[in-house]
Design a protein around this ligand. Sequence first.
Ligand SMILES: Cc1ncc(COP(=O)(O)O)c(C=O)c1O
Length: 351
Amino acid sequence: MIKSNENFNIGGPFEYQKDYCNSEFQGQFKVLDNFSVNGRSALYDILNEIIDKNVRKIYLPVFCCSSIIECVKKSKLEIIYYKLNSKLNPLVNPKKNTSILVINYFGRISKFVEKYKKSKSKKYILIEDATHSFLNIDFDPFDSSHYIYFSLRKHSHISAGGWSNASSQSKKKYTDNQMLISDIKLFRKKKKNFLNQNKYRENEDCFVNFFRKKEIELSKIYSSDSLSKNLKNEICKYNWMDVSKKRRNNWLLLDSLLGKKFKKIFKYLKKNEVPLGYIIIVKERNKLRNYLKKRRIYSSIHWPIYRNIKKANFKFEVDLSNHILTIPIDQRYSKNEIKYIADNIINSGIK
Ligand SMILES: Cc1ncc(COP(=O)(O)O)c(C=O)c1O
């Protein structure tokens, strides 16, 4: 029996979560420093560095976040798009003196990255995007002789944060203008209060519009400055360890409740893997998305195919992009919410 949707609000921009603040520095966050404002600024630092090394071409996956493509376009590097196999590993053999950007999709380390680490001759430059994998239990950003970067800012209520191992990173100045980020923080606190007081639903549009507007502002920032010490502290004191545990547990619970109802790209979780979401492939994807939305479960799509890409050349990616759905399983949710999600997905009858 499905419970009333009255008290559920699943997915969408993070509200402030006091419980996750002020923990001890843990794992990789013990040693990280010089954070960028966002992921694209971190990537842009790397791109500038490889241009200085005389690289002029970069291979990019068609299946990626538009911000990556925008960032590379800004750098003026020539883009060559590549295809993926069904496990989302790159199907490409980069030429000498080029670079390739490889994404660890949804938490799974790309086989391409694993191979590159083991190979002796490194004739091209690898850039690893760890945005979906930096929460993995064994993630070590310093364990790489290649470039690595990630964006943290969509994994918690902290609205800023990117990181890279570009060498320019150690020369960063601190930015003093963090107004935009503190404005968003205030709104996240307000969202939390409204949720607690049962006032969120009647004010939802105002919150949604605010977060959308601020996201547009944040996505225009390409800055070589470092985040303020306060924000760095906030990032490092966030309880990422609990986030990892919660996400894994939620994924496993949802998986056990849904059984084999949906096709998944990754059928199981590896031991140290922390998933971004519960990723399914759905024939009538938009119908399921709307069905869930009416029941206050807000899913997302990773990602629409970027405009101007010749879709006929990338049939697998286009098909994937039309049918993939990310169901939220993040640290805000516990058993009750996961059961509510599973009940609704099952009762929708949509496949
Ligand atoms: C895989 C991936 N890499 C990089 C980025 C860029 O990060 P940011 O939005 O912080 O610039 C995103 C954005 O969502 C992303 O999904």
